[in-house]
Design a protein around this ligand. Structure first.
Ligand SMILES: C[S@@+](CC[C@H](N)C(=O)[O-])C[C@H]1O[C@@H](n2cnc3c(N)ncnc32)[C@H](O)[C@@H]1O
Length: 263
């Protein structure tokens, strides 16, 4: 693959304002999400006009061939309040198919997981399990999962390469990784519109509703720093993923990245 065209891919990972190393960045991210957990779902659906629901369902449909397998072991990493895990467990099954054998959500912000557990219990999905864990040191044995997915979580890791190494480690050889993340739209019109909304409107609404201005100004900042889709694809290739590809959705606002753990 050709070298990255911009310098963003050389950034090791997220750095919320005022943090200069990985442990400070991770700590701040965990505190931020713990703080906004009570309003997280409301703001997610409100600020994305419920597109977030459609994006997670679409991801689940893309990997339905794995989710239908009765022996499939599936992880939603950086699961937050569990919406992707719930979408993965909702994937329509045909009559001959059954649900995955194991479906786990992992996150390091305890209050987010409390909500995930409540939602899973309320929906009757008893086979969904949640684990409090850091994505950079996951408590799973090598080659445990057939499919690892993450929605809007990967961007928050303090070290993207270390994150990919960790996700590669817990995937079985040939297992699939899916990363759904925000991106900056390509066309000038949409990019300007998106930036106005993302940098001005969204932080203002987020601050009022969540009471945490920092968390909702962090969102556009972290997206602006995140590797562009081709850069993340190159990083996945360098971190032992094959069949790396990405697709842009909704005028390029989000990108689905996928790759298979190298055999
Ligand atoms: C924007 S939320 C996304 C939540 C969920 N996946 C969704 O689709 O709504 C990001 C989540 O990633 C989690 N997170 C960030 N860094 C993490 C890490 N190093 N280990 C585990 N979870 C992490 C945060 O606690 C937060 O719940």
């Amino acid at each position: 693959m050709s070298p990255p065209r911009s310098g963003r891919a050389s950034l090791p990972g997220t750095r919320p304002v005022g943090t200069h190393d990985e442990s400070a960045a991770s700590r701040q991210v965990r505190e931020m999400f713990s703080c906004i957990a009570p309003r997280y779902d409301l703001l997610n659906h409100l600020l994305s006009l419920r597109f977030d629901v459609m994006w997670r369902k679409r991801l689940a449909r893309r990997f339905a061939h794995i989710l239908r397998r009765p022996d499939a072991r599936v992880l939603d990493v950086c699961c937050g309040t569990g919406d992707l895990a719930l979408a993965l467990s909702d994937t329509p099954m045909d009559s001959a198919a059954s649900a995955p054998a194991l479906l786990v959500g992992a996150d390091f912000a305890h209050p987010m997981l409390v909500r995930a557990c409540e939602k899973a219990a309320g929906s009757g999905r008893r086979r969904l399990q949640f684990v409090e864990a850091d994505a950079l040191s996951l408590p799973f044995a090598d080659e445990t999962f057939d499919f690892v997915a993450t929605a809007f979580g990967f961007r928050n890791l303090a070290n993207y390469s270390a994150g990919l190494t960790q996700l590669r480690r817990i995937l079985k050889p040939g297992g699939w990784l899916a990363i759904l993340e925000f991106a900056e739209p390509r066309g000038a019109f949409f990019r300007n519109l998106f930036q106005f909304y993302f940098r001005r409107v969204l932080p203002a609404i987020g601050a009022v509703v969540s009471g945490n201005a920092q968390a909702y100004s962090y969102l556009p900042e972290s997206v602006a720093r995140f590797p562009a889709p081709h850069e993340l694809a190159e990083l996945m290739d360098r971190n032992a993923f094959d069949e790396v590809a990405f697709e842009s959705w909704t005028a390029g606002i989000v990108t689905l990245h996928k790759g298979r753990a190298r055999v």
